[in-house]
Design a protein around this ligand. Structure first.
Ligand SMILES: Cc1ncc(C[n+]2csc(CCOP(=O)(O)OP(=O)(O)O)c2C)c(N)n1
Ligand code: SF4
Length: 334
């Protein structure tokens, strides 16, 4: 989102609030005109970042498509907590795909709409990080390569939460999960070093790729809106803390998400046709400890006998992101 100068009365606070912002800078709040695509009554945990992200992302997609929207949803928490048979929290044409084929199902829907002469109907596919970065990556890459007219949204809670917190290829190194338990003198994930699907998407040179976070809902809305105004394959990757899997306090979901940005561990950027076009500079750089200490999945890093190199290695990852994505703020308005 284009940067704007911080006004003097906002200095020192993050709680500016919509009422102080111009309409174009404010996130959508509850009002009668809001589509409310994901209604109350679903069964997500308290403080679920995925529910928050999905609500804002799909309300935006619904608004931009004039309510002409079809959604394909991969198996995962979002699908399970929103549609316990025979109920549904969705107020949109919504289809449950398999775990790994949401992108292919969405491609089929888009092709069908084209054949039926319904270009006004827009298509979104969505899934968790497991459904996207692991089992669904083949279908997703095909969708990118064919430049199918679909917006794919990944809700990244950094593990397979729906089935009991197993590691995915989006799980950070050192995070304790059911399949990467804390064991041995230097506990860490020994399975792999993960992958960045936003960068993989960029390598396909698709029209639009963006990362977003529930810590900045206006930025999230802006990016989904931009993606929806374009055609061809588009990809938005949203960071969504999971209190259950991360061992964080449900009231801290937005705080944890914000710290991921402020430490440099989750860079916010946009890319068009494979080239980064914008990034969010970090306003107040924080050490990674502040992020890690709010989550029980990293508690082993702060035991008296923990290897201090682990935290410094995570700090190195954040530092590398800051450098690679140009997240260092050039001038201070604070
Ligand atoms: C082919 C197949 N393998 C395994 C499963 C079981 N399964 C359902 S949801 C899920 C995990 C989903 O994880 P993720 O995509 O990260 O979404 P989250 O639940 O974290 O939102 C798994 C393993 C399945 N439904 N289909
Ligand atoms: S397990 Fe995590 S992702 Fe699933 S509903 Fe609970 S908070 Fe949300």
């Amino acid at each position: 989102m284009p940067a704007s100068l911080i006004k003097f009365y906002q200095t020192g606070t993050f709680t500016v609030g919509n009422r102080l912002l111009q309409e174009e800078g404010a996130s959508v709040q509850s009002d009668q005109a809001r589509p409310n695509v994901l209604t109350s009554g679903h069964r997500a945990c308290q403080g679920c970042g995925e529910a928050l992200g999905a609500r804002f992302a799909l309300d935006t997609a619904m608004r931009i498509s004039n309510s002409q929207l079809i959604v394909a949803n991969a198996t995962g928490c979002l699908e399970v907590f929103s549609t316990p048979y025979p109920e549904s929290s969705w107020r949109v044409s919504w289809m449950h795909s398999l775990f790994g084929n949401a992108a292919a199902v969405a491609t089929g829907i888009a092709a069908a709409m084209k054949v039926k002469g319904r270009p006004e109907v827009r298509v979104v596919a969505q899934g968790g990080d497991g459904g996207t970065t692991d089992i669904g990556l083949g279908c997703l890459s095909g969708m990118f390569e064919r430049n199918d007219d679909v917006l794919y949204i990944c809700y990244d809670n950094e593990a397979y939460m729906n089935t009991g917190v197993q590691r995915s290829s989006a799980t950070p190194d050192w995070a304790s999960t059911a399949t990467t338990p804390v064991a041995g003198p230097q506990p860490r994930n020994t399975v792999g070093h993960g992958k960045s699907v936003p960068l993989i998407a960029m390598a396909h040179r698709i029209p639009y790729v963006a990362t977003a976070s529930v810590a900045d809902l206006r930025d999230l809305e802006y990016k989904v809106e931009k993606a929806m105004r374009l055609h061809g394959a588009r990809y938005v990757h949203i960071h969504v803390p999971c209190p259950l899997g991360w061992g964080s306090d449900p009231k801290d979901t937005v705080k944890v998400a914000r710290l991921a940005i402020e430490t440099g561990l989750f860079p916010l950027f946009e890319a068009e046709s494979g080239v980064i076009t914008d990034r969010t500079a970090i306003r107040r750089l924080k050490p990674v400890e502040e992020y890690l200490k709010l989550q029980k999945r990293f508690a082993h890093l702060f035991r008296p006998d923990a290897d201090p190199h682990s935290v410094s290695a995570i700090q190195d990852i954040a530092n590398r992101n800051i450098k690679e994505f140009g997240l260092q703020r050039e001038e201070s308005h604070a």
